[in-house]
Design a protein around this ligand. Structure first.
Ligand code: SF4
Length: 354
């Protein structure tokens, strides 16, 4: 097994509120993406100031951020309209007072994930694939995140966790695909990810390595030579599932990053979440698919909101979701229409909303 822990301070799990954005030292530690991550906006007052927004929003933003901190890279903030509190990118990251109001049917663990891990940090929900919660850190804190209350701090860290997770994959020959998730796995150093990819590729029944990440969208400089080297450097077929919800997220540098991935032989897919006030509009969804395709990305899923406490104000009801999806499907070729799904605990796969 490779030694993925050559440096003190590199972890494979941690709270998003405490671990996000802290650059580690090491061979890839001075990359520009790490500096950008370290310089991301964490203070609600600064976000309001930078965007010329009214300071009356600050008390509620600070209250909501106390439970789930603000985190937004400056490049992502630069795509927002100044002075517009309804900007669709801003609404994804700005803590709001609504988050602190209890809402019936919304809970801390809407997907019952704490109950479905065979080992700490390993989720095995579906046949043929299993997911590693590699870290609690993200490059952005999405206010609707279904893991916003996930107990990352309870996950084991370090060498022993790593070995047990790889051993689990090794022991189950029905597994053909491993998903790296989090948090966001691409906040980890490439040295660790390269070592993990090598260890996983030594397991004969694994065929695909899938990475779920928002980094190419919110911090496109993350797609660099170090990343491409380990991602495409094993026998495992690489798949990257990015996460963009609105066409304004697909800026030119994001499109370039996605094309780099695709040109290196990576299958690149997008999953979005249907969010009230952000993308619950057929024109917006059509434009998102068009821009993704221009960037070499295929739309994969449009998720109904997971009912996580603090995100109720993003809910789009099922009938409206179906109507929107039908309109999108009538305007686009089938390969540009994401599947409208909901994740339900205990199901063998995502549940289509029909
Ligand atoms: S949606 Fe993804 S990137 Fe956003 S906070 Fe959740 S895990 Fe992090």
């Amino acid at each position: 097994m490779n030694d993925p822990f050559p440096m003190k301070g590199d972890t494979l799990a941690g709270s998003p509120s405490r671990a996000s954005g802290h650059a580690a030292s090491g061979p890839d530690g001075d990359s520009s993406w790490r500096r950008e991550l370290a310089e991301a906006i964490r203070d609600p007052a600064e976000l309001l100031r930078v965007l010329d927004l009214p300071m009356e929003l600050l008390p509620a933003a600070e209250r909501a951020a106390a439970a789930f901190p603000l985190l937004a890279p400056r490049g992502f903030v630069a795509r927002m309209r100044r002075g517009d509190v309804r900007d669709p990118l801003l609404r994804q990251v700005l803590p709001l007072g609504e988050e602190t109001l209890p809402m019936a049917g919304f809970s801390a663990d809407p997907l019952a994930e704490t109950a479905c891990g065979p080992r700490p940090g390993v989720l095995h929900k579906y046949h043929g694939r299993a997911l590693l919660v590699t870290t609690g850190a993200c490059a952005v804190h999405c206010r609707y995140c279904f893991r916003r209350h996930f107990a990352y701090q309870d996950l084991p860290r370090g060498r022993q966790w790593w070995k047990e997770a790889v051993d689990y994959m090794q022991a189950d020959s029905s597994l053909h695909e491993v998903l790296l998730s989090g948090g966001d796995p691409l906040t980890l150093p490439d040295t660790q990810l390269a070592a993990l990819a090598q260890d996983l590729s030594a397991i004969p029944h694994l065929e695909r390595l899938r990475v779920h990440t928002r980094l190419p969208v919110v911090l496109p400089s993350r797609v660099d030579d170090h990343l491409l080297a380990w991602l495409t450097g094993t026998r495992l077929a690489p798949v990257v599932v990015i996460h963009a919800n609105h066409p304004s997220e697909i800026a030119e540098d994001v499109a370039l990053a996605c094309r780099r991935l695709r040109d290196a032989g990576v299958t690149v897919l997008n999953q979005a979440v249907l969010l009230a006030g952000i993308n619950d509009d057929a024109d917006v969804l059509v434009e998102l698919s068009e821009r993704l395709f221009r960037a070499g990305v295929l739309p994969y899923y449009l998720h109904a909101l997971d009912r996580v406490a603090g995100a109720g104000h993003f809910l789009v009801d099922d009938q409206r979701a179906r109507d929107l999806h039908a309109t999108v499907a009538a305007r686009l070729p089938g390969y540009l229409v994401p599947r409208l799904v909901r994740e339900e605990p205990g199901q063998a796969g995502k549940t289509p909303l029909r």
